[in-house]
Design a protein around this ligand. Structure first.
Ligand SMILES: Nc1ncnc2c1ncn2[C@@H]1O[C@H](COP(=O)(O)OP(=O)(O)OP(=O)(O)O)[C@@H](O)[C@H]1O
Ligand SMILES: [Mg+2]
Length: 273
């Protein structure tokens, strides 16, 4: 009887139950809506991001790749919808974010080592804890440059390495990367790509990576999330399961070539639509 009395008054307007993702899902996006200046970018958009995987986001220019990861990371507000991490909200989730432009991302007045330690100090960790974590990061990134230097004294690749170390310092559950290689030269791109893969193999951190380079997007990915033109939908989610570590040889493996070809076909279909 009391259950009936406590039922919602608007009983004839059914509230859709939250649909969880399949087993192994880390991030669920449901009913996401985002308009800019009255124009829809996302409308009732749904997505499941798997845990302990790298998902590359690829799609036409301006389709909303950056906006999507920024909404999930809480940097851009959403108009409607729900985003959960293992069923938790963003505020109960540790995340890391690597910006495209490493030059603006590091604090120029802090030594590189203090930039990397910054999120730990902000979280009130003790000096011993900070020192321990810094030693771990230095070892896992096999850092060969002097972290006591200021960011402007380092090369672009070294600065982006430091940005990634800073993002990983608090051991995030999810790492967001928006075109992290686009400001780097080819040699540094290869270096950072391998570092990211190594870190992923050590930690299994869920990563959401925006890339405008299809080869790179596929190379690092367990799944390629292909988006349409706006209003943006999921064109396809393409699994790519070659073993890690992936190497230069991977680029000529049939599985890689096939995944890249299929991604390109979907991309071309969507831009011509
Ligand atoms: N703050 C904003 N105000 C108005 N429009 C915006 C804003 N941010 C993004 N947009 C628009 O939303 C669309 C998606 O932008 P977004 O930067 O997410 O695309 P993208 O896929 O990352 O593009 P690119 O490939 O150029 O990096 C674009 O049309 C852009 O002009
Ligand atoms: Mg972008």
């Amino acid at each position: 009887m009391s259950a009936v009395l406590n039922a919602p008054v608007v009983a004839d307007v059914p509230v859709p139950a939250f649909q969880p993702g399949p087993a192994g899902t880390h991030i669920t996006v449901r009913g996401l809506t985002k308009h800019f200046a009255g124009w829809p970018l996302y409308e009732d958009f749904n997505l499941d991001i798997p845990k302990h995987k790298i998902v590359s986001v690829f799609g036409p220019n301006g389709c909303g790749k950056s906006t999507l990861i920024n909404m999930i990371a809480g940097l851009v507000p959403i108009d409607a919808g729900e985003i959960l991490f293992d069923g938790k909200s963003l505020k109960d989730t540790r995340i890391g974010y690597v910006f495209q432009n490493y030059r603006d991302a590091l604090f120029p007045w802090m030594r590189t080592i203090d930039n990397i330690a910054y999120p730990l100090k902000l979280a009130g960790r003790s000096k011993a804890e900070v020192d321990r974590r810094m030693a771990e990061l230095v070892a896992s990134f096999d850092v060969r440059f002097d972290l006591n230097r200021y960011p402007y004294e380092l090369s672009g690749g070294q600065q982006q390495t430091a940005s990634i170390m800073r993002a990983l310092a608090p051991k995030p559950e999810v790492l967001f990367l928006d075109e992290p290689f686009s400001a780097l030269d080819f040699e540094m791109t290869l270096f950072i790509r391998e570092k990211l893969q190594e870190v992923f193999m050590q930690t299994g951190t869920t990563m959401l990576l925006v890339s405008h380079d299809l080869e790179e997007a596929v190379y690092l990915a367990d799944q390629v999330l292909l988006l349409t033109k706006r209003p943006t939908r999921v064109a396809e989610i393409l699994p790519y399961a070659d073993a890690r570590p992936r190497t230069v040889e991977t680029l000529s493996e049939p599985g890689f070539i096939q995944a890249k070809k299929r991604s390109l076909e979907i991309f071309q279909r969507e831009v011509r639509r």
